[in-house]
Write a protein that binds this ligand. Structure first.
Ligand code: FMN
Length: 195
């Protein structure tokens, strides 16, 4: 199967959308990814995959801290900006602040994971990065940005009301805890999580 056909096939697998961020000697770097996958609960691991052609590829070494900024359905333009080649400063005009380990954290996101890259594995023309989740915050009231068949979407109606994330705290409950956690890490708070 060729790459274009596989891309079209995998486009039928709906995903969320993240901006993967890290600090670099030339300032914050970020790139849109939808390869984020939950990997392990004990220890808490996630994985993401990067194309070897990605401009900031060399930044993502074991030991480096990264942010996985999960976008809301109001942030499709941010996803476009961070997926566009040749943009001099993708952070320009985008609200963000420095989080723990100088990880750039975008404002008004659905959730944030602050992780440390632990290992890399070969994956064809991509590399698989395994990262340990150190901290995370979420906004229970925002709605996710989805990527499906090459376009951005938002969630429809739930199919049933059983299970799910009913116990998740509200944004108003989460925001002070987020601010305290980020303050404790020596960074400015995430007021953005207040709706
Ligand atoms: C929805 C979406 C998801 C993407 N996911 C990934 C991904 O998981 N890994 C990857 O390497 N590129 C992914 N890309 C492509 C990169 O965002 C894009 O190639 C980016 O411009 C590369 O950054 P660079 O210009 O710094 O090389 C995705 C793009 C979009 C629009």
């Amino acid at each position: 199967m060729d790459g274009a056909e596989l891309r079209g096939l995998m486009g039928h697998f709906a995903t969320g959308v993240c901006v993967l961020t890290t600090d670099s000697p030339s300032g914050p770097y970020g790139i849109t990814v939808n390869s984020l996958t939950s990997l392990s609960l004990q220890p808490p691991l996630v994985l993401f995959c990067l194309d070897h052609q990605v401009g900031g590829f060399a930044l993502f070494q074991p030991g480096v801290h990264v942010g996985l900024n999960v976008l809301t359905n109001r942030q499709s333009e941010i996803s476009r900006v961070f997926a566009r080649r040749g943009v001099a400063d993708r952070f320009r005009g985008v609200p963000w602040r420095e989080g723990p380990h100088k990880v750039p954290l975008l404002g008004d996101t659905l959730a944030v994971l602050v992780c440390q890259v632990e290992a890399t594995h070969p994956g064809g023309d991509h590399t698989i990065f395994v990262a340990r989740v150190e901290q995370g915050w979420r906004d229970a009231e925002a709605h996710p940005l989805l990527f499906y068949r090459g376009s951005y979407r938002t969630l429809g109606q739930p199919l049933d009301t059983r299970g799910g994330d009913a116990a998740a705290p509200s944004a108003a409950e989460v925001a002070p805890a987020v601010d305290a956690a980020v303050d404790a890490a020596g960074a400015p708070g995430l007021g953005n999580l207040q709706s």
